[in-house]
Design a protein around this ligand. Structure first.
Ligand code: ZN
Length: 228
């Protein structure tokens, strides 16, 4: 099952990714992580990426796509598919990516778009606190530290990131929706878009995703059998 994950900050994409890994054995491919790993590895590709990053330029699409292709061509032991996270962000990127994925025989089956209502997103993000020293993340209601304002891991000070305030969150969501609309459209036209609600409990979400995957396989079988 090959998927791409879409969704604004705070919609619960991280929870979805963890669930897809644990329950369906999907390999999480975050382009941010891939870029960092490649630079750490010191490969030719890594050196090229580093030049762009250090000069403050965007890494070109073709480099990102080459990196994804490389990752998907590796033997990924035990994984039953992938979930792409953080790419593509534009329709042109989506088209270029589709060509490569078709070439290597691993096309996208589903675009999973995680949506959540504004109050839920606000509750999640405005309650988030980050440790100044070690970067650990807590939530003042959902996952509080033992002592308020103090990190459980290292004793550092917990603070609210300036972009986790109500006003900036609303703005970020608006920007995300505007930027992502063409991509959502692109996969909808291919009949691959599945919208999920981040307001759901994880257990319910699991049932919904399992049904989407099962129905998809059934449709494939029907399509396959009519061809003979
Ligand atoms: Zn800490």
């Amino acid at each position: 099952m090959n998927t791409i994950l879409l969704g604004p900050p705070g919609a619960g994409k991280g929870t979805l990714a963890a669930m897809l890994k644990d329950n369906f054995g999907l390999l999480h491919i975050s382009t941010g992580d891939l870029l960092r790993d490649e630079m750490k590895g010191g490969t030719e590709l890594g050196k090229t990426i580093k030049k762009y990053v250090e000069s403050g330029e965007l890494v070109p699409d073709q480099v990102v796509i080459a990196m994804i292709e490389k990752k998907l061509s590796e033997k990924n032991s035990g994984s039953k598919g992938y979930m792409l996270d953080g790419f593509p962000r534009t329709t042109v990127q989506a088209q270029d990516l589709d060509k490569i994925l078709t070439k290597i025989g691993q096309p996208i089956d589903y675009a999973l778009y995680m949506e959540a209502s504004l109050p839920v997103i606000l509750q999640r993000l405005t309650g988030r606190r980050v440790c100044r020293k070690c970067g650990a993340i807590v939530h003042i209601k959902n996952r509080p530290s033992k002592v308020a304002g103090v990190c459980d891991v290292c004793g550092g000070e917990l603070y609210q990131r300036p972009d986790d305030t109500e006003e900036t969150i609303k703005n970020r969501m608006h920007v995300y929706a505007e930027k992502t609309a063409p991509i959502v459209d692109y996969y909808a036209k291919q009949g691959k878009l599945e919208t999920l609600s981040g307001d759901e409990e994880t257990e319910d979400l699991l049932k919904i995703v399992a049904k989407i995957f099962n129905d998809g396989q059934r449709t494939d079988k029907i399509k396959g059998s009519t061809g003979h």
